[in-house]
Write a protein that binds this ligand. Structure first.
Ligand SMILES: Nc1ncnc2c1ncn2[C@@H]1O[C@H](COP(=O)(O)OP(=O)(O)OP(=O)(O)O)[C@@H](O)[C@H]1O
Ligand SMILES: [Mg+2]
Length: 258
């Protein structure tokens, strides 16, 4: 069981698309948390094509947190995804609304952890790192932080600062348990090995460049809820790699603690 955070350093490398794809590919019950402080609820606007009304989950949770009722209210604001084992916690409607989320994240980490104990994994779309109102508490609590990035030089230049920062933080216990890169579009132009070398961080897995497969998740498509077989296969490989890395991180932490 795991809390896995996906985030980016620059551009729009596919955090939301990949996080949603992973939630639908996930082999166990899972909650997808939209914690992107930019707001706008990309999954509702994109995948659901604006046809599912927003439930203002974040506002309800902030109020519940103030009333000490977070645990009771959280399950009531989770929205169904087209997989019986996957649910969505929709993000703030706007960046202005995201400002009030700062008080929510620390308490929500505890509640998400208890979902984890009940057998539900948690995937978080944290948007771009370093944004005002970023969900830092969630990032710090992650069993695994996946830095999603493209393989071109501007993307790598932006990612390098975060890879350095978090790789140091994770070894001294001040950051996520583990940090790795999820490369979208390997070979455009750099290969995973080259990216790992430049960033000084391991590349967990790669999602190949597949605009059509990705569009299924980022923009939705009437009548179909499944991406093409290639995109689906890549998601399966990422799920397997996440499981392995989280298990390793937990072993290491248990070793350090004992
Ligand atoms: N593996 C992929 N291959 C090709 N295109 C992709 C891939 N993954 C995502 N995309 C496309 O990239 C664009 C941006 O995707 P997405 O919105 O998921 O990025 P993001 O990192 O969440 O961006 P933002 O920072 O704006 O939230 C979309 O058009 C999406 O379809
Ligand atoms: Mg996004």
């Amino acid at each position: 069981m795991a809390l896995v955070v996906l985030a980016s350093a620059s551009g729009a490398p596919g955090v939301t698309t990949t996080a949603l794809g992973l939630a639908l590919r996930w082999p166990r019950p899972v909650v997808l948390v939209d914690a992107d402080p930019v707001g706008g609820s990309a999954v509702l606007a994109g995948f659901f094509r604006g046809q599912v009304p927003h439930n203002d989950a974040m506002v309800q949770l902030v109020l519940a947190g103030r009333a000490g009722e977070l645990a009771e209210v959280l399950p009531t604001v989770l929205m169904p995804l087209p997989d019986p084992d996957a649910v969505l916690l929709p993000g703030p409607r706007s960046h202005a609304q995201a400002a009030s989320m700062n008080e929510l994240w620390p308490g929500l980490v505890d509640e998400l952890r208890s979902l984890d104990r009940n057998g539900q994994d948690v995937l978080v779309d944290a948007g771009r790192l370093g944004m005002q109102h970023s969900p830092t508490s969630l990032v710090l609590a992650a069993d695994l932080l996946l830095l999603v990035c493209h393989s071109d030089l501007p993307a790598l230049a932006a990612a390098r600062q975060w890879a350095e920062r978090w790789s140091t933080a994770s070894t001294d216990g001040l950051g996520p348990s583990a940090v790795a890169v999820l490369l979208v579009g390997e070979g455009r132009p750099y290969r995973a090995q080259e990216v790992a070398k430049v960033l000084g961080a391991s590349v967990l897995e790669t999602m190949r460049w597949d605009p059509d497969g990705a569009a299924m998740f980022s923009r939705g498509e009437p009548g179909s809820r499944r991406a093409g077989p290639t995109f689906w296969r890549d998601l399966g490989a990422v799920v397997a790699a996440i499981d392995t890395r989280v298990a390793q991180a937990r072993c290491t932490n248990a070793g350090v603690a004992s």
